[in-house]
Design a protein around this ligand. Structure first.
Ligand SMILES: C[S@@+](CC[C@H](N)C(=O)[O-])C[C@H]1O[C@@H](n2cnc3c(N)ncnc32)[C@H](O)[C@@H]1O
Length: 208
């Protein structure tokens, strides 16, 4: 698989799970991984839905002795690309789990979870199940970072049929509740196609 063209080919083959026509920009990758990279001490990170590994590369560059990164990717072609071009000589500190985040066995808790999943493109019940699982994998005080394309729900509500409109409303309510229940901040990244919000949620110390 070669870069952007390979990514687009996987999008055509698996539109509902890939959910984007091109990989994220380096600028978005920097913002998405900033909370994970800022931890002191030995860090335990989880990345979900790396695709061709734009976020993974930022995390790997920052690995220090004693850190560990688990990476979960559903698509076998992306897994092959990651093994060949991204994970390189870091096998002792990076574990690639080929499968769905809902099926793989992981050793939680993590300091940071970086999520590259297209949850706005998933059916609402699936994105809720996945996001709840991701929150449950973070240690108290840990962070979950995910991204959403700017105004995507608004745009899909504008042009979508009644089912899409309802799904976008449910997504919005669910994300709103998540943001209310945790400390939250957002960074707008204009240098991405399309522009995107990097959303960072911090799990409260006493949160179940
Ligand atoms: C929008 S792409 C993002 C790729 C990359 N993070 C980026 O920003 O360029 C979403 C990725 O999530 C993966 N994915 C979708 N559903 C998944 C699941 N249930 N478990 C793990 N990975 C999944 C897809 O195969 C794809 O690689």
């Amino acid at each position: 698989m070669a870069g952007r063209r390979g990514f687009f080919r996987e999008y055509i083959r698996n539109q509902s799970s890939v959910g984007a026509v091109a990989p994220s920009s380096r600028r978005l990758a920097r913002k998405m991984t900033a909370p994970a990279r800022s931890w002191q001490g030995n860090r335990r990170w989880l990345e979900v839905g790396p695709g061709t590994g734009v976020f993974t590369l930022e995390l790997i560059k920052d690995l220090r002795p004693g850190d560990h990164l688990d990476v979960v990717e559903l698509n076998p072609a992306f897994c092959e690309h990651l093994r060949e071009h991204v994970l390189g000589s870091h096998a002792d500190q990076v574990t690639l789990h080929e499968g769905s985040i809902l099926d793989v066995t992981l050793e939680s808790p993590y300091d940071s979870v970086v999520c590259g999943l297209p949850y706005n493109a998933f059916p609402t019940h699936l994105s809720r199940t996945i996001l709840r699982r991701l929150v449950s994998l973070i240690r108290p005080g840990g962070t979950l970072s995910f991204f959403e394309y700017a105004a995507i729900r608004y745009a899909r509500r504008l042009v979508g049929n009644s089912e899409v409109k309802r799904a976008m409303l449910w997504h919005e309510r669910f994300i709103g509740r998540l943001e209310e229940g945790m400390s939250s901040h957002r960074d707008l990244v204009l240098c991405n196609l399309p522009p995107a919000w990097a959303v960072h949620l911090t799990r409260n110390e006493e949160q179940e």
